[in-house]
Design a protein around this ligand. Sequence first.
Ligand SMILES: [Zn+2]
Length: 142
Amino acid sequence: MHDSQLTKAEIEQLTDADWRQRLSPEEYQVLRQKGTERPFTGIYNEVKKDGIYRCRGCGAKLFDTRHQFNAGCGWPSFDATLDKSAVDEHVDTSHDMRRVEVTCSHCGGHLGHVFPDGPKETTGLRYCINSVSIALDTEVQT
Ligand SMILES: [Zn+2]
């Protein structure tokens, strides 16, 4: 588990070979190569414990379990990020679709996509995130 967060300076030093060494093959494929884990396979598909999800690439705090909901789509889903600056959003037109990609604003790691079909009573957004790109931290206080 990552109990601390890499600094921007540390992240800038990391080469592709360093990332391969730091991450498991699955984590590397998602975070650094924009892969997608198979639906219903991720360990965080259901909320089991409260806490804060950190980026598996760099340890930055990204999502709160209080904003996680069961979208039934097969990936952890959130109606909001921990704070607005936690992620960056980019238009992604790969696979003949127009989607909005979500990346960690700290290390640039790919997390998933955000869709406008979330719960209407809150934000209307669904951040659809790969389990392998995040790590639940149940110790952190918010
Ligand atoms: Zn990160």
